[in-house]
Design a protein around this ligand. Structure first.
Ligand code: APR
Length: 228
């Protein structure tokens, strides 16, 4: 069976990392457009770096939870394509063999002048010189609002071939990821949503499994492995 899984901020919530759309509409006390857009970076790169430097140290201190570990186990039993929206590295640290980071990674640095990438230091600054071209416009290697997500061709191809599509801990607010369910369903995949509550595009899924990811995901994975 070919399975494509899309994960969002909800899968890392129980590892202590804040989701994006908490009830107050703020992301760790900031409006998303003040820290997660190219315009914000052009206007106030120090603020953007301060925000992501704090986030990077929280990610470093966080540990993969039972849901991350279960998905790593699933990959050992089924043909799994794992696509994540989060910029943390908890799937990688849980042992998932290949993770598609469609929104980039907080562990990466990107030169806004030449596009070169390198591992981000714990504390980044806009003035860090690019190791390739020496320009001083260093930014986190993260896909911001208004930018094109990474690896889209590979992702559409996996969705085309999936027998089963599961979205875990994502609110269905941000495209193109929010449209994956419709694409997979049109190609004949069974579509399952795992979330605390039904997401915005809940009716596009065949079924919902509601509850915290550390409970629902390991149970779902074990059932899939048992069914061969
Ligand atoms: N278990 C399962 N689901 C959970 C849990 C949990 N413990 N905690 C929260 N959730 C659910 C919420 O109900 C919500 O639907 O996870 C979802 C998180 O939604 P968002 O915060 O909107 O995160 P996400 O969908 O990943 O955001 C998508 O938006 O800000 C951009 O680029 C950023 O990748 C991000 C994208």
């Amino acid at each position: 069976m070919r399975i494509t899984v899309l994960t969002g901020a909800g899968i890392s919530a129980e590892s202590g990392l804040a989701t994006f759309r908490a009830s107050d509409g703020l992301w760790e006390r900031h409006r998303i457009k003040d820290v997660a857009t190219p315009e914000a970076f052009a206007r106030d790169p120090e603020l953007v770096h301060r925000f992501y430097n704090a986030r990077r140290s929280k990610v470093a201190a966080a540990r993969p939870n039972a849901a991350h570990l279960a998905l790593a186990r699933l990959a050992r039993h089924h043909d799994l394509t794992l696509v994540k929206q989060n910029v943390d590295d908890l799937h990688d640290r849980a042992g998932s063999p290949e993770v598609i980071h469609m929104h980039g990674s907080i562990g990466g640095a990107l030169c806004a002048a030449c596009g070169h990438r390198w591992p981000a230091p714990a504390v980044m600054a806009v003035n860090d010189p690019c190791p390739r071209c020496a320009a001083r416009v260093s930014r986190p290697d993260i896909v911001w609002f208004g930018e094109m997500p990474y690896h889209m061709e590979r992702i559409w191809a996996a969705l085309d071939q999936a027998d089963l599509f599961a979205a875990i801990g994502t609110s269905g607010n941000v495209y193109p990821a929010a449209g994956f369910v419709q694409h997979a369903a049109r190609r004949g995949a069974e579509c399952i949503e795992m979330n605390l509550e039904a997401s915005l595009n809940a009716r596009d899924f065949d079924r919902q499994i509601l509850g915290p990811a550390t409970g629902t995901v390991p149970q779902w994975v074990e059932a899939l492995i048992d069914s061969g």
